[in-house]
Ligand binder design. Structure first.
Ligand SMILES: Nc1nc2c(ncn2[C@@H]2O[C@H](COP(=O)(O)OP(=O)(O)OP(=O)(O)O)[C@@H](O)[C@H]2O)c(=O)[nH]1
Length: 300
């Protein structure tokens, strides 16, 4: 690099640090070369490098972003696009740190035939209130975990994507053992406390890429992207141990609990979120029948 090129580069970098927008530099294949997060301090920029940019978006947006890229190269005109980014609809952006629904005004400019700059400005209304409502509709009010509705949205997106790119993924169906006895013996408030403490422990324990939700009553699902059968069994074992280590303090003293877990891993193109959950449920049933505080996975 010559001195003047170095100076240009330095000017460009200084400019980037001064602006609020997300600025992403793409190569001719639409892959991410560099990212400036701007005011999006949640964005895990290092995890974006070398990834195909349009594949980071949910299916309904990926086509529009691809078309935006093609058109910028074709016309050499800046291409504008407004995107409604919902973390529960976009598994990859959730993984990259997006937690609240945002509206982005994006602009894509071709620098040359092999380089693009994509800029996103957050134009969401200062809608704390709206975001609170969205959050409530996505979360279970007792524990704060994602609810079943959010889980199914994420599962649909992620299973479809895993099949398209031939990735593996797994689900853990986790059920607290003899939970109705906890309620009967210690009272509903203590039962609630067990659920809350378990969720708190799981939130501290999960990897950012994992998606954890309350599925029903005393039943939870953990979705593990890029995780095969053996890795899912290892993760399940860690969850089983984590539950066993919990000590809940109720009005009538301390109480411990265990969980049983059924796992299921993506097998073929016929698999759907429902078929994965059904297999996990069958495996959970076997774990319960075999004595609880156990894990059962798919047959090899
Ligand atoms: N405290 C409390 N209890 C709940 C809540 N939601 C559901 N339950 C209770 O959870 C219990 C679930 O019972 P089961 O599905 O039979 O589970 P279990 O007793 O753990 O039985 P196994 O799964 O076979 O070990 C029921 O008694 C529900 O009333 C809740 O939010 N708080």
């Amino acid at each position: 690099m010559t001195d003047s090129e170095g100076l240009q580069q330095r000017r460009f970098e200084c400019l980037l640090t001064a602006i609020d927008q997300i600025v992403i530099h793409l190569n001719g294949a639409g892959e991410v070369i560099s990212v400036n997060a701007g005011s999006a301090d949640w964005l895990k920029t290092d995890q974006m490098i070398s990834r195909t940019f349009s594949a980071l978006f949910s299916e309904d947006l990926a086509g529009d972003v691809s078309a935006q890229i093609d058109k910028a190269f074709e016309t050499h005109e800046p291409q504008k696009l407004t995107l409604l980014m919902k973390p529960e609809h976009s598994f990859h952006w959730h993984e990259l740190g997006l937690r609240l629904t945002q509206t982005w005004e994006t602009k894509l400019v071709d620098v040359s035939d092999t380089e693009l700059i994509w800029v996103a400005k957050n134009i969401s209304q200062p809608a704390q209130q709206e975001q609170k409502v969205v959050k409530l509709s996505q979360r279970d009010p007792l524990t704060g975990a994602y609810n079943q509705r959010s889980l199914m949205t994420i599962l649909k997106q992620s299973v479809a994507q895993a099949q398209r790119y031939d990735w593996v993924c797994s689900v853990l169906l986790i059920d607290i053992d003899h939970f109705s006895q906890v309620n009967d013996q210690y009272g509903l408030d203590t039962g609630d406390k067990v659920l809350q403490q378990f969720v708190e422990a799981m939130h501290a324990f999960q990897r950012t890429a994992d998606f954890f939700a309350r599925y029903a009553d005393d039943r939870f699902v953990m979705f593990l992207p890029e995780t095969n059968r053996e890795q899912a069994l290892l993760a399940a074992e860690r969850v089983r141990k984590l539950a066993q280590e919990q000590c809940v303090v109720g009005p009538s003293g301390e109480l411990e609990f265990t969980v049983s877990i059924g796992t299921a891993s993506l097998r073929d193109s016929q698999d759907t979120p429902d078929s994965l959950l059904k297999r996990a449920e069958e495996n959970l049933f076997i774990a319960k029948q075999s004595g609880t505080n156990r894990i059962e996975g798919d047959e090899v």
